[in-house]
Design a protein. Structure first.
Length: 93
């Protein structure tokens, strides 16, 4: 079980280039600290201006299923809505 928790962030397509300490895929995220100079995960941020145009903030559907419910508030609003819809569909099946 512990191995699964550690490997969950590795499912992200950005994992190999990522240096973010607080990952929404990490089931033990509450144990991590964000450094002041560290950026936020792009799946957490909301696009605010045209300069962020190239930043992909929509988490791939296949990754949403690995976001623990306890980390839901870490996602941006759009990803939160998609997570709820996906889990509602799974609960109805």
């Amino acid at each position: 079980m512990m191995e699964e928790k550690i490997n969950n962030p590795e499912r992200c397509p950005r994992f190999s280039d990522c240096s973010i300490n607080v990952c929404p895929l990490d089931e033990e995220m509450f144990l991590r600290n964000k450094l002041p100079e560290e950026n936020f995960c792009p799946f957490r941020i909301k696009k605010k201006n045209k300069f962020q145009k190239g930043i992909k903030t929509l988490m791939p559907c296949r990754l949403l299923e690995f976001v623990p419910k306890s980390n839901l508030k870490m996602l941006n609003k759009r990803n939160q809505r998609r997570w709820r819809e996906k889990n509602k569909d799974q609960n109805n099946n």
